[in-house]
Design a protein around this ligand. Structure first.
Ligand SMILES: *[C@@H]1O[C@H](CO)[C@@H](O)[C@H](O)[C@H]1NC(C)=O
Ligand SMILES: *[C@@H]1O[C@H](CO)[C@@H](O)[C@H](O)[C@H]1NC(C)=O
Ligand SMILES: *[C@@H]1O[C@H](CO)[C@@H](O)[C@H](O)[C@H]1NC(C)=O
Ligand SMILES: *[C@@H]1O[C@H](CO)[C@@H](O)[C@H](O)[C@H]1NC(C)=O
Ligand SMILES: *[C@@H]1O[C@H](CO)[C@@H](O)[C@H](O)[C@H]1NC(C)=O
Ligand SMILES: *[C@@H]1O[C@H](CO)[C@@H](O)[C@H](O)[C@H]1NC(C)=O
Ligand SMILES: *[C@@H]1O[C@H](CO)[C@@H](O)[C@H](O)[C@H]1NC(C)=O
Ligand SMILES: *[C@@H]1O[C@H](CO)[C@@H](O)[C@H](O)[C@H]1NC(C)=O
Ligand SMILES: *[C@@H]1O[C@H](CO)[C@@H](O)[C@H](O)[C@H]1NC(C)=O
Ligand SMILES: *[C@@H]1O[C@H](CO)[C@@H](O)[C@H](O)[C@H]1NC(C)=O
Ligand SMILES: *[C@@H]1O[C@H](CO)[C@@H](O)[C@H](O)[C@H]1NC(C)=O
Ligand SMILES: *[C@@H]1O[C@H](CO)[C@@H](O)[C@H](O)[C@H]1NC(C)=O
Length: 437
């Protein structure tokens, strides 16, 4: 039925997408099975970081209940290093801002129950102009591990000349992946979790999962609605690439930053969590609002992000205002679903600037069984919202707002509902009579 509505061009796109996204063997090296939950310094502090901020942030994550909610990583981003390596080639932490040394800092983080993350770059320099790891991959991987780090974010700035690097995007990232694997093999210690920060989406086709545990699919996120819809739109076409051990990274959270409204922040968090992105908080925790905190600690949404049984992302089943498969940065797909440990999860995003009622037939989602009825759980209201038969309407969803539902099987639907097939197309009696449209 939906296919009849697609233009020839859209059919081409659909075939192109389904033809190219192949499941690949993920790097199942024992780390990064589930999305990382934690904090990263970049979105709020950029280069204004020091060891006190890191430890204060970790303390706030404890006192605000974020650690208890599952956020157990604290990550430095760019600007932690001295501009020059030491005479033996080693990276050196900024001697003023990290005067106590990284071992002291990571010891404290570990003692507090956190894992620690560091940042480097696949080119000559980091994006802020500090030394990159190109040609120093093994030495730097060893240094990061010696400093007590558990995780490495790896950026994409200052790419060497072609005649020097002689690598494609894949090979450029494989260098550090090999160094991490070599180090783990030679030390017997767990490998660093490897987070690729390459701003294209070619990783999703074949290679990202063979190199690291997550890969960015877009440029940097901004703290406004347009940036969110842009990222949601791009990723709506790439959801097939995400599973345990390897996933699309929609970039770090902007909740609490910029001019996001409460509803926009809820949409942001819901989309990132249910698409199984890493969730890295990026705001100033010393004055975080109770509203932002309440979003970040929604335990029913976090549980789906951390689903131990189903690693895949939700995917769109209907674009809503636009025809299916429309690529549109301000009006991305609105109706999404996916399987989970406890049932089918739905996400409805109102991309319009006014409130709207959002309707869908249950069987538009491939995970819903025809002929069954479903108990509806609202994952934001934290209420049981009765039983859905055939369809569901969320009324007056606020502008840029979101609805997240968990539907669980509640037995056969009541007898005698017309039509006899919820999906009328091709509905056929056993005696061969085609009754449907
Ligand atoms: C850093 O290295 C560059 C290039 O080798 C050199 O020109 C510069 O003087 C060094 N800076 C410091 C502070 O050592
Ligand atoms: C290299 O130099 C740094 C800083 O001077 C020092 O901390 C480190 O231990 C040295 N590494 C080796 C392998 O000698
Ligand atoms: C770590 O640094 C803090 C603050 O500078 C200091 O009080 C503490 O003794 C150091 N701990 C270790 C294990 O070096
Ligand atoms: C590390 O060990 C694994 C398992 O033996 C092997 O497949 C892999 O090639 C090794 N990696 C490196 C870089 O030596
Ligand atoms: C929010 O910020 C973005 C980027 O600066 C801007 O384009 C947009 O108009 C702002 N929206 C509101 C509602 O202020
Ligand atoms: C928190 O404090 C910073 C720095 O003073 C300020 O820019 C920001 O707007 C504050 N955030 C909130 C949510 O009050
Ligand atoms: C499934 O339900 C159980 C029991 O309520 C809960 O503990 C678990 O977190 C849920 N799993 C998901 C993925 O939501
Ligand atoms: C995106 O979709 C909206 C709603 O259909 C439409 O008004 C707008 O023109 C589209 N934008 C582009 C760039 O096509
Ligand atoms: C929902 O189902 C009804 C009845 O079968 C049908 O008329 C309608 O077109 C369907 N709507 C969508 C959005 O699929
Ligand atoms: C929704 O399903 C009910 C049966 O539960 C049916 O009566 C109603 O017509 C359906 N609505 C639409 C718009 O298809
Ligand atoms: C579910 O019920 C609660 C409590 O009545 C209500 O606040 C919420 O809006 C309902 N959710 C939906 C999607 O209708
Ligand atoms: C075949 O099924 C159709 C639709 O239910 C029905 O109208 C028709 O009477 C049936 N024919 C026979 C020969 O049973």
């Amino acid at each position: 039925m939906v296919l009849n509505l697609l233009s020839a061009a859209a059919v081409g796109l659909a075939v192109y997408l389904s033809g190219n996204v192949q499941p690949v063997a993920a790097l199942e090296n024992g780390v990064g099975r589930l999305p990382i939950l934690g904090y990263n310094t970049w979105n709020y502090y950029q280069c204004n970081i020091d060891e006190n901020l890191i430890i204060q942030t970790a303390s706030l994550m404890q006192s605000l209940g974020l650690q208890a909610a599952g956020y157990n990583h604290v990550h430095l981003d760019d600007c932690w290093a001295m501009k020059n390596r030491s005479s033996n080639g080693s990276l050196v932490p900024d001697t003023t801002r990290f005067a106590g040394g990284f071992n002291n800092m990571t010891d404290q983080l570990h003692a507090m129950g956190f894992q620690a993350g560091i940042y480097s770059d696949s080119g000559w320099y980091t994006c802020a102009g500090y030394p990159g790891s190109f040609m120093y991959e093994e030495q730097d991987a060893m240094t990061f591990q010696n400093w007590g780090f558990d995780y490495l974010k790896y950026d994409n700035c200052a790419i060497p000349y072609d005649d020097i690097i002689q690598q494609g995007t894949y090979g450029k990232y494989q260098r550090m992946s090999d160094a991490i694997s070599w180090l783990a093999n030679s030390t017997g210690l767990p490998p660093l979790i490897f987070s690729l920060c390459e701003w294209g989406w070619s990783q999703v086709w074949l290679w990202g999962a063979t190199v690291g545990q997550s890969w960015r699919t877009t440029g940097d996120i901004g703290p406004d609605w347009y940036s969110l819809t842009n990222i949601i739109n791009v990723n709506s076409f790439l959801t097939q690439a995400t599973d345990f051990y390897g996933r699309n990274d929609l970039d770090m959270l902007q909740l609490g930053n910029g001019n996001l409204t409460f509803d926009e922040a809820k949409s942001h968090f819901t989309a990132w969590a249910l698409m199984k992105s890493p969730l890295l908080i990026g705001t100033n925790l010393s004055n975080i609002t109770t509203e932002t905190l309440s979003i970040l600690t929604n335990s029913e949404i976090l549980a789906i992000n951390q689903d131990p049984v189903v690693g895949t992302s939700i995917s769109p089943f209907s674009w809503g205002v636009n025809p299916d498969f429309t690529y549109n940065s301000t009006y991305p797909a609105q109706y999404w679903s996916g399987p989970s440990q406890n049932g089918t999860v739905f996400m409805l995003i109102n991309v319009l600037d006014e409130p709207s009622d959002m309707f869908f037939n249950l069987t538009q989602s491939p995970w819903i069984r025809a002929g069954r009825q479903y108990a509806v759980r609202d994952l934001w209201a934290h209420t049981d919202n009765g039983t859905a038969v055939r369809n569901f309407t969320a009324t007056a969803v606020p502008p840029h707002g979101v609805v997240a539902l968990l539907m669980t099987d509640a037995g056969n639907e009541p007898a005698g509902i017309y039509p006899a097939c919820a999906v009328w197309y091709q509905c056929t009696d056993q005696n061969g009579t085609h009754v449907g449209g």
